[in-house]
Design a protein around this ligand. Structure first.
Ligand code: PHE
Length: 569
């Protein structure tokens, strides 16, 4: 069936709203690739006057929803179980107490000014909506160094277990791969694949890319670093000896090597100065008394003209009625709250599975800066606690807070370790990467999101029956599986035909698609209703989508109940 470009855009617009149509237009080359600071909500100013919305959960999705709905005139209330805003956006500082289910309370004794973002800790530059809210709300941002070439990769199989720098592993790998490719070309193995003109160009390219010597060999390069750095006078530098190809392959080093090449991990990354929670606190300040803290939702019911939500505030049972309900609660929590969602939603809520990401953070002398020249960035090892994540704030000061261990506990034996054992494991990883420095780690703090009340999980892992927007590859890396191919790209080996980008091309057998449908007067929000699971941007976009949906619903409802204007002109 032929679809005109206009029809296609109309359909994308209808299915995915303005921002989807805009992105599709970019894909078709109809508009310039410029950052969209904010997807516009198509609703008349004041169109929310007289309509009430109760928002469950004061995490990023709930806060953004309240902020945008209020701007349109809606009367909103946010019910938040904790005494603070932000949900998983949680920054711990000295003086704070961390209470995890089934564990003794941990008291944080870090020096003044030190903190750890145990939830979100980086804002990619492509997450324009979050960055735009920071701009609007006056949240000061600084660069988060996600990758530094001075950081280490370690694998027991490589280098006698000694760590190697990212710069060495990256550039030696590239050198060896270029050399192999050059050999293939020289042997004529690629003659069927490239034209003779491209053959020459390819060889030129590989010589520089490798870089390769005149004989086509990679013999090391200053990109990979020095065993003795160049100095003044007669102090010539000595290049480090390249790691051999076999070692590099055996060590699976490339996992840690490529993490910052993922679309949402690429430089430039940001973080708020002083802690990620500056964002929810800025929203909360703007929203004022719209956010009700210490309010634990106990029941969500549909009524003939809206919803009634029961909650417990400081021990008192209360309830609130509203025309609409936006529910941003984690599905792990929602499944234990009696509610009137339809069965298609209930099924996903019941069957979904969450990851249990954790972080262990320590205060320490900044030996990574002083002794290793490492400023920010992450390092990876193949066993134990990985990655290590160095602070981007407070560089060149005496002490800082460093993470040793941030993964999904359920993926490893870490979940089964006692608190003491977890800390020891974390310290051991630092010792493995930076021998002699494990003992410099002090004042540990562990947060495992599976044990955090009102979360009981870090992010959605499966929408039921094992379906997920992300799949783990054989190296355990999270890979998005739902990206549509760009229009016009014909996959090799396929029967041809254009693949159009679809608004929601997922591999969830309909579970995700069911979850994101409004179940009026209720609609779910949160990163789990977006294609950006585990990102604040996903939460913000889900909220904007819901605000648009409510606006459209309100408009349609008003039109339906308005007296007929058929005879007027
Ligand atoms: N956003 C989180 C992070 O950057 C979790 C995440 C990890 C999400 C990897 C997607 C991919 O650490």
């Amino acid at each position: 069936m032929g679809l005109s470009r206009r029809d296609f855009l109309m359909r994308v617009g209808q299915a995915g709203g303005y921002s989807a149509a805009f992105v599709a237009m970019q894909g078709l080359g109809l508009v310039e690739h410029r950052a969209v600071a904010q997807a516009r909500i198509e609703a008349a100013p004041g169109s929310g006057n007289g309509t009430t919305v109760v928002i469950l959960g004061g995490g990023i999705s709930g806060l953004v929803a309240a902020y945008e709905l209020r701007a349109l005139g809606y009367q909103c209330t946010v019910l938040e179980a904790r005494s603070r805003p932000g949900g998983r956006n949680w920054t711990v500082r000295g003086g704070d107490s961390v209470v995890l289910n089934g564990m003794a309370a941990q008291r944080c004794t870090w020096d003044t000014g030190h903190y750890q973002n145990f939830g979100p800790a980086r804002l990619p530059s492509i997450h324009t909506h979050m960055l735009n809210y920071c701009r609007k709300l006056g949240v000061e941002l600084q660069v988060e160094v996600n990758m530094t070439n001075s950081a280490f990769l370690q694998n027991d199989k490589a280098n006698d277990g000694k760590a190697a720098t990212m710069r060495q592993v990256a550039n030696d790998t590239r050198g060896h791969v270029s050399e192999l490719l050059m050999k293939c070309i020289n042997a004529g193995a690629l003659d069927a694949e490239i034209t003779s003109a491209d053959r020459e160009r390819m060889m030129d390219f590989l010589s520089t890319y490798g870089p390769l010597n005149d004989a086509g060999s990679y013999i090391g390069d200053d990109r990979a670093g020095y065993s003795r750095t160049p100095g003044a006078g007669d102090e010539a530098g000595v290049l480090s000896v390249p790691l051999d190809m076999h070692t590099l392959l055996d060590a699976n080093f490339w996992e840690g090597l490529l993490f910052d090449q993922a679309f949402d991990q690429q430089a430039t990354m940001f973080q708020p100065v002083g802690g990620m929670d500056r964002i929810p606190y800025a929203f909360a300040k703007s929203l004022g008394s719209l956010v009700k803290y210490n309010s634990i939702v106990s029941e969500i019911r549909k009524t003939s003209h809206g919803v009634v939500v029961s909650y417990v505030e400081g021990g008192d049972k209360k309830s609130i009625q509203a025309d609409y309900c936006l529910c941003g609660l984690p599905l792990t929590i929602l499944r234990n709250i009696p509610n009137d969602l339809t069965e298609s939603h209930q099924k996903v809520v019941r069957e979904s599975e969450y990851a249990h990401a954790y972080k262990v953070a320590w205060e320490s002398r900044r030996f990574w800066e002083e002794d290793y020249n490492i400023y920010g960035g992450l390092e990876f090892c193949n066993v134990g606690c990985s990655p290590i994540w160095f602070p981007s704030a407070g560089m060149f000061t005496d002490r800082g807070v460093v993470v040793s261990g941030y993964t999904d506990e359920l993926d490893s034996s870490f979940a089964t370790l006692s608190y003491r054992e977890k800390l020891e494991e974390s310290r051991k990883s630092m010792e493995r990467l930076h021998p002699g420095h494990g003992k410099e780690l002090e004042k540990p703090m562990y947060v495992g999101w599976g044990r955090v009340s009102f979360n009981e999980g870090s992010w959605i892992q499966s929408y039921g029956s094992g379906d997920s927007l992300y799949k783990k590859d054989k190296h355990g890396r999270r890979k998005r599986v739902n990206s549509a191919q760009a229009p016009g790209i014909v996959q090799k080996g396929s029967t041809g035909g254009e693949k159009q980008p679809t608004a929601a091309a997922t591999e969830t057998n309909g579970a995700y698609e069911a979850l994101i449908q409004p179940d009026w007067p209720i609609m779910l929000i949160g990163d789990h209703t977006s294609h950006l699971v585990g990102w604040q941007e996903g939460a913000a976009l889900s909220a904007l989508r819901a605000v648009q949906a409510i606006s459209d619903h309100v408009k349609a409802t008003k039109l339906a109940s308005a007296p007929s204007r058929m005879n007027q002109s």
